[in-house]
Design a protein around this ligand. Sequence first.
Ligand code: CO8
Length: 263
Amino acid sequence: SYDNIIVDSSPEGGNGKIAIIKMNRPKALNALNDELFTDLIHATTAINNDTNVRCLILTGSTSKAFAAGADISEMKDKNFEDVYRNDMFAEWQEISKRSTSTPIIAAISGYCLGGGNELAMMCDIMVCTKNAKFGQPEINLGIIPGAGGTQRLTRMIGKSKSMYMSLTGDFMDANEAYTSGLVAKVYDDHDELIKESIQIANKVASKGSISLRACKEAINAADELSLQEGLRLERRLFHSLFATDDQKEGMAAFLEKRPANFK
Ligand code: CO8
C-alpha cells in the first residue's frame, strides 16, 4: 500500500489481466510531489514486471484532476545547483514509453496540467471526460515544461498548437484535445471514463502479451526513427512474433472460426 496512490490489481469489471493506479492527493489536485513520484515509479515498475498484467490504467482518484502539475510548493525554493545536480525529473523516464513495456491508458478527468499532462503523454492511450482541461502553464511560473511538454506535445498536436499552449499557458478543452489528436476518446463523466477505460483495457489485455509489447515498441519508435529505420524495426519485430505460440494460436483460431486464447 502507498500513501499517495491507490493501486487496484483486480478492479471490478476487469478480466484479471489489468490494474489501475489512482493518483490520490485530492486536496492538492494530485500535484506531483517527490513522494507521489516515488510511489508511482515503484508501483508501475512492479506492475510492468508482473507478467499477469497486460494493461495498466493510470487515473486520478476524483473527477476534479488527473494531476495539476509538479508540486509548486516543493519546487519554489530550489536553485539551479539543486535541480541540475540532481537532474530533476530525469527519473520520470522510468514511466515513459520506452521503459515500461506494459501498455498504459491515461484516463483523465479534470485538470491535466504541466507535469500532469507530460505524465499522461508518457502513457500510450489518452482518454478523457468532457470536463478535462489540458495545459502547459509553466510559462506563468517563469519556467518551461520540463518532462516532455515541448517535445511530446509538439509531436502529438503539431507545432502551432503546442507553441500556443506553452507560450500563452492557456488550457485546451476536451473537444479540442480530441480533434487535435491528443486524446483517443471523450466520455461524459468520471464514472463512465473509468468504466470505459476498463473495457478498453480488457480488450487490450485479451491480446497476446508479447505482441502487445512489440506493438507498443514499434509505435513509440515512430517518434524517434526515420521512416526507413522504423519500417525495418517494424518488420523485424513482425518476423520475431512468428517465434511465439500466440501467432500460432491467433492464426489457428481465425481459421477454425473461434476466439483466440492467448496464453
Ligand atoms: N502544485 C502545488 N499545489 C497545487 C498545484 C500544484 N501544481 N495545483 C493546485 N495546487 C493546490 C493549490 O495550491 C490549492 O491548495 P490549498 O487548498 O492548500 O490552497 C489546491 O491545490 C486547490 O487548488 P486551487 O485552489 O488553485 O483550485 P482552483 O480550482 O481555484 O484552480 C487550477 C485549479 C487552475 C488547476 C490551479 O490550482 C492551478 O493553476 N494550479 C497550478 C497549475 C500549474 O501551474 N501547473 C504546472 C506546475 S509546474 C510543472 O508541472 C513543471 C513540470 C515539470 C516536470 C514534472 C514531471 C512529471
